[in-house]
Design a protein around this ligand. Structure first.
Ligand code: TYM
Length: 328
């Protein structure tokens, strides 16, 4: 079986963008692949975290991933900081990645503008840590949203470079990007991606938002004055809502246009909201049960870290040997 790897940062609840762009695929891919998933809590400290809130967010994110459908009978699901090989390989890859390559990363450019008071070295070398995450597990496929595509491309380049300098060591991974949902946009500014760091909470939906909140946010979503449900250039708001609706219902854009033919946004927006509410309802129910059982969650992550580590170690020791390090 081919292997899939992906991760998500545990910095608060997940958005509808995380869910449609990545998490929904994480669940589906378990049917056909050997899947390894993790919480990227090492990546999370590139932005300052308050310890008590951070600790709580990590546990909640672990529960939420299980609620979404990560199945521990079939997949490994661990916490990045509990497998030291990630930091170890990241250091090595830092030395095989050029300053210029990292300088071209658009996320670094965006984030260093947004967090101008804390442009730390970790923020800059973050793609090397992400490459380590992927390459340690010899992943064939990496499900991600469109915003992570450039980082995956860097991981491929570093893998190929290392393989070329020594001998085949790393599997060169391919991205899996959802057809609709790969780039869910803000409901308030559909030219910007949906993000939980948006200062306007009406711009994003979280996986744990209650039905009334979801309905209200969709009803307020920015559209246009044409009042026609049509997928077209210049209709960013409507295109975004159609993308969300398509991603949940599986209907094509043409089918959606037909469904709302002759109807306005007053019918369309609540229909999108309803679809999202129904999609999230069972997840929220499972989450409430899981988060109440801390002992079970603790047992899960404790069991999964060594499973991940067993795979990661094999790759890391190959890497160390090829470079010329003396084995212990
Ligand atoms: P993160 O935590 O920012 O986001 C997790 C996943 O959600 C996707 N995503 C979106 N998709 C569609 N529309 C949006 N508005 C949207 N916002 C976020 C992201 O593309 C991502 O797939 N660096 C990664 C975490 C990571 C990782 C890895 C991923 C660390 N190591 C190894 C893959 C493989 C990140 O910060 O994602």
């Amino acid at each position: 079986k081919k292997r899939v790897l992906s991760m998500i940062q545990p910095t608060g609840t997940f958005t509808l963008g995380n869910y449609l762009g990545a998490l929904k695929n994480f669940v589906r891919l378990q049917d056909d692949y050997e899947c390894v998933y993790a919480l990227a809590d090492l990546h999370a400290i590139t932005v300052r975290q308050e310890p008590a809130a951070f600790r709580k967010n990590i546990l909640e994110a672990y529960a939420l991933m299980l609620a979404i459908g990560i199945d521990l009978k079939r997949s490994v699901f661990f916490i990045q900081s509990q497998v030291a090989e990630h930091a170890q390989l990241a250091w090595v890859l830092n030395c095989y990645t050029q300053f210029g390559e990292l300088s071209r990363m658009t996320q670094f450019k965006d984030k260093s503008q947004k967090h101008a008071d804390n442009i730390n070295a970790g923020l800059f070398t973050y793609p090397c840590l992400m490459a380590a995450d992927i390459l340690l597990y010899q992943a064939d496929y990496v499900p991600i949203g469109a915003d992570q595509k450039q980082h995956l491309e860097l991981a491929r380049n570093v893998a190929e470079r290392f393989n070329g300098l020594y001998s085949p060591t790393f599997t060169v991974p391919d991205p899996i990007i959802a057809k609709h949902g790969a780039r869910v946009m803000s409901l308030q500014d559909p030219t910007k991606k949906m993000s939980k760091s948006d200062e306007n909470a009406n711009g994003f939906i979280t996986v744990l938002d209650d039905p009334d909140t979801i309905m209200r946010k969709f009803k307020r979503a920015v559209t246009d004055s044409e009042a026609c449900v049509r997928f077209a250039e210049g209709k960013d708001g409507v295109n975004n809502l159609m993308g969300i609706y398509s991603s949940i219902t599986g209907r094509s854009m043409e089918e959606i246009e037909r469904e709302f033919d002759g109807k306005g946004y007053g019918d369309f927006k609540p229909a999108v909201a309803e679809a999202v509410i129904e999609e999230l309802r069972p997840i929220q129910e499972r989450y409430r049960n899981l988060i109440a059982d801390k002992a079970y969650l603790e047992q899960c992550y404790r069991e999964n870290a060594p499973k991940a580590q067993a795979i990661a170690r094999r790759t890391l020791s190959k890497v160390m040997k090829k470079i010329g390090y003396l084995p212990l």
